[in-house]
Design a protein around this ligand. Structure first.
Ligand code: NAD
Length: 344
């Protein structure tokens, strides 16, 4: 049955991919609440902006009055909460906005939803869900061989992950204390179209294409577990539709890579693409051999060594599977950058 889904942070990297999916692949309607910070990119929504099933409200999740108005006006069936300050480096340089949006904003949204939920009746009340979208970074880092499970202890390292951990705890408390029907998902590192330039993969691609140095933190041996953003989106929709109330689901694709290997694979795929499309790359011939652009820079403070997520609960209980390998997802991502960079 088609639903009205209120998405927060829908102008961001993952939120916009989610909304593109909801509008093009389902009959659901979407209300997107986003205050359009530097991290937002409305280009990711061009495809859906004219749909009568898409509505946008420019508002801050910390603004209770605005949230109340949106809930009253659109009467959503479910909430998917993605709005967050999400860039670790920025959280190290100044955590204020992270505390505000990720903790106070989540609390404000929960309180507004609690009021809204208390007035719901019948099927609408039974079907209501507050889905909080979180990160595997709440678990901190890992020794070799271990995986994060839903039962792993919280051990966040950065101001970003600490605020996301706080939000997870608050959401769980609203379930336990007030019986708000919540779902939580914790996902590994995403990549794909429309990701903000500050993140490892877009930065590497953009710098390579521009012939600029490609920075790598420390020795580049830190390990991240990668997931193509469209696989994250189908996982989120699966959790929303089939997840058990009060449960947490880890999302990932068993795709551990060292940062230096990620950068090397990007360079290799770019060279291959450049060979196939000699006129479509904005670079001089002298720049072919992207690996020569790699420079090692001072490591990030408190940098986690390894993340690796066990998503077997989601795969086993809700029958979700990723469709992309790192190589195929990266190829799609690079193709998208090629098209975008030629459009400019
Ligand atoms: P993003 O930074 O690209 O987008 C965040 C969006 O939230 C932006 O459009 C921004 O304008 C909006 N926003 C920020 N503060 C707001 C506020 N106070 N009120 C309303 N809107 C606000 O983030 P993303 O990468 O798309 O991540 C989305 C969610 O998924 C986040 O909660 C993040 O913690 C989580 N997550 C991200 C990843 C990843 O690899 N990117 C992995 C796991 C989980």
């Amino acid at each position: 049955m088609a639903q009205v889904i209120l998405v927060t942070g829908g102008a961001g990297f993952i939120g916009s991919a989610l909304i593109r999916y909801l509008i093009t692949e389902t009959d659901d309607s979407v209300v997107n609440i986003d205050c359009l910070t530097y991290a937002s990119n409305m280009d990711g929504l061009v495809e859906v902006i004219d749909s009568p099933r898409y509505h946008f409200i420019e508002a801050n999740i910390c603004d209770r009055a605005e949230i109340n108005v949106a809930l009253k006006r659109f009467q959503p069936d479910v909430i998917m909460h993605l709005a967050a300050e999400s860039h670790v480096d920025r959280s190290i340089n100044g955590a204020d906005e992270f505390i505000q949006t990720n903790i106070v904003g989540t609390f404000t949204l929960l309180e507004a939803c609690r009021d809204y939920y208390s007035a719901l009746q019948g099927e609408k009340r039974q079907g209501f869900r507050f889905h909080h979208i979180s990160t595997d970074e709440v678990y901190g880092d890992l020794e070799h061989g271990e995986l994060f499970t839903e039962g792993s202890a919280y051990k966040p390292s950065s101001p970003y992950s600490a605020t996301k951990a706080a939000a997870d705890h608050i959401v769980r408390a609203w379930h336990r204390t007030y019986a708000l029907p919540i779902l939580i998902s914790n996902c590994s590192n995403n990549y794909g179209p429309f990701q903000h330039i500050e993140k490892l993969i877009p930065q590497t691609i953009n710098n390579a294409l521009a012939g600029k140095p490609i920075p790598i933190y420390g020795n580049g041996l830190q390990i991240r577990d990668w997931l193509y953003v469209e696989d994250h989106v189908t996982a989120l929709y699966t959790v929303l539709r089939k997840g058990r109330v009060g449960e947490t689901y880890n999302i990932g694709a068993n795709c551990e890579k060292r940062n230096i290997d990620v950068v090397n694979i990007i360079c290799e795929q770019l060279e291959e693409l450049a060979g196939n499309n000699p006129n479509s790359l904005k670079m001089s011939k002298g720049q072919i051999g992207f690996k020569s652009l790699i420079v090692y820079v001072e490591d990030r403070a408190g940098h986690d060594i390894r993340y690796a997520i066990d998503s077997s609960k989601l795969q086993r209980e809700l029958s979700w599977k990723p469709t992309e390998t790192f190589e195929s997802g990266l190829r799609k991502t690079l193709q998208w950058y090629f098209i975008e960079s030629n459009r400019v």
